[in-house]
Design a protein around this ligand. Structure first.
Ligand SMILES: [Fe+2]
Ligand SMILES: [Fe+2]
Length: 147
């Protein structure tokens, strides 16, 4: 049983985005396994490098889509993506500095971040993109800034 498992509950578009999200789950699983098997730092760093480049690709695809549809909370969404990438980079530095005992809590953090981001932030843009009723639901909050 893999550490992280994508389920239909996390579905966003039934297509490209979901495929990339599954890829991110796999990348986190690879990292988790490298840590669990006590692999040398190189393998663990490589797993994080892959997560970083795959993440960059997914985030930029998503941001391009949101820009195309003038998503009103794009800036906030982009900041979350950036924070994730910064966290991955910080973890890499920590691991290379000898903090390999931290690997397990790192994979926990990355996994929870991803599930939470998909469930809240990605689902919010999905409702927006689905149309006007979804758009109202997604922006019914104090930070709402209608397009
Ligand atoms: Fe996102
Ligand atoms: Fe996403």
């Amino acid at each position: 049983m893999p550490f992280m498992q994508w389920t239909e509950m996390l579905a966003i578009d039934g297509g490209h985005v979901d495929e990339q999200h599954r890829g991110l789950f796999e990348a986190i699983n690879t990292f988790h396994e490298a840590v669990a098997q006590g692999h040398e730092t190189d393998a663990v760093a490589r797993a994080l490098d892959f997560l970083k480049s795959y993440g960059e690709q997914h985030f930029s695809d998503e941001e391009r889509l949101l820009a195309e549809f003038a998503y009103p909370r794009l800036d906030q969404h982009r900041r979350q993506h950036q924070q994730f990438l910064e966290q991955v980079a910080a973890f890499r530095t920590q691991l290379l500095e000898g903090g390999s005992g931290l690997g397990h809590s790192m994979s926990q953090f990355l996994g929870s971040w991803l599930v939470n981001h998909i469930m809240v932030a990605d689902k919010a843009y999905a409702s927006f993109l689905r149309g006007s009723s979804g758009r109202l639901q997604a922006y019914d909050g104090p930070t709402a800034k209608p397009g």
